[in-house]
Design a protein around this ligand. Structure first.
Ligand SMILES: [Cu+2]
Length: 320
């Protein structure tokens, strides 16, 4: 009898926990529209042109950041407007679904809807999987979905957060065969869609914004490698990764890392702490593979006492 009562109480406790978790999980509506538009790239710096005939989600490269919490359900809609010339698709790396169903491509004029639960916390790439996939990604159809972890125990609060997505820039966007087979077709590295996007040092004539933080702040970088072929050796010059959360999951954690290799289609979360004892400190976040760095994969983070209070906060985690 006593054992039975204990078991009943344990079951009741589990039921309460379960319903509490259910109560926090929510449904998030996400709609992305495939848009075939020209976007700015700064490509002239590396022998290309300053605009690319891109294929995009919602008209930007990368597409919009999708942000949910672990356990949330994403109620997703993909629109391929009739004025487009190509089929498009979506592949969320955060989803467990059927590649032949949810991720199948749709023709211009069609719409696709599906739901998935964001079960695993972390930072995940999404991209178009329509054929030829190499071309749809190289032309700009990729982005990031952040699934914030529920358990914050070993996950210190960040003072600032930034999203950086790196990808290879091919000036000849029509030649997908060359993207796969010609090492010389790749001319530049795009960071959030532009060559040397946040680097006033290597492109002093350009109009470049930088990442900013106050001295002594924990800066969290959500990094996605959307390259076609190349891994990324992510290194913060004049600093160190205080923590690397592999795949963005606090359960997968490294400490005191100089360089971390991010595979193609991998995404990870990187924390650094800016020096508290310096009024001004520049840190350059680079792909230490030199051919990528010198083709545009350099991001300057400035730590200073008069840092812009809005950068890296709330909605401003992608610097334009
Ligand atoms: Cu596409």
């Amino acid at each position: 009898m006593r054992a039975f009562k204990k078991a009943t109480m344990a079951l009741a406790a589990v039921a309460v926990l379960f319903s509490a978790q259910q109560a926090f999980a929510k449904t998030v509506n996400v709609t992305l529209t495939a848009k075939e538009v020209d976007v700015p790239t700064n490509g002239a710096l590396v022998g290309g042109s300053n605009t690319m005939a891109a294929w995009t989600f919602d008209g930007t490269v990368p597409g919009p950041v999708v942000r949910v919490e672990e356990g949330d359900t994403v109620d997703f809609t993909l629109i391929n407007p009739a004025e487009n010339k190509n089929s498009h698709a979506i592949d969320f790396h955060a989803a467990f679904v059927n590649v032949l169903d949810e991720f199948a491509q749709i023709k211009p004029g069609e719409t696709k809807k599906f739901k998935f639960e964001a079960k695993v916390p972390g930072v995940f790439m999404y991209h178009c999987g329509a054929s030829p996939m190499v071309q749809h990604i190289a032309r700009g159809m990729y982005g990031v979905i952040l699934v914030d972890p529920k358990d914050k125990k070993n996950y210190p609060k960040a003072d600032r957060e930034y999203v950086l997505v790196q990808s290879q820039y091919f000036p000849d966007v029509d030649n997908y065969n060359a993207m796969l087979n010609d090492a010389n077709a790749w001319k530049g590295s795009l960071i959030n869609g532009q060559v040397f996007h946040y680097d006033p040092v290597h492109d002093p004539a350009g109009d470049h914004d930088t990442l900013e933080a106050l001295p002594g702040e924990r800066v969290r970088i959500y990094f996605v490698n959307a390259n076609i072929n190349n891994p990324v050796a992510l290194h913060p010059i004049a600093s160190m990764w205080d923590r690397v959360y592999i795949n963005g999951n606090p359960k997968n954690q490294l400490h005191g890392i100089q360089t971390y290799n991010v595979a193609v289609a991998e995404a990870s979360t990187f924390d650094l702490v800016t020096p508290k004892d310096k009024d001004v400190a520049g840190i350059a976040i680079v792909d230490h593979s030199m051919n990528a760095a010198l083709r545009g994969a350099i991001t300057v983070l400035v730590s200073k006492k008069d840092a812009n209070p809005n950068k890296g906060k709330g909605e401003v985690i992608v610097i334009k």
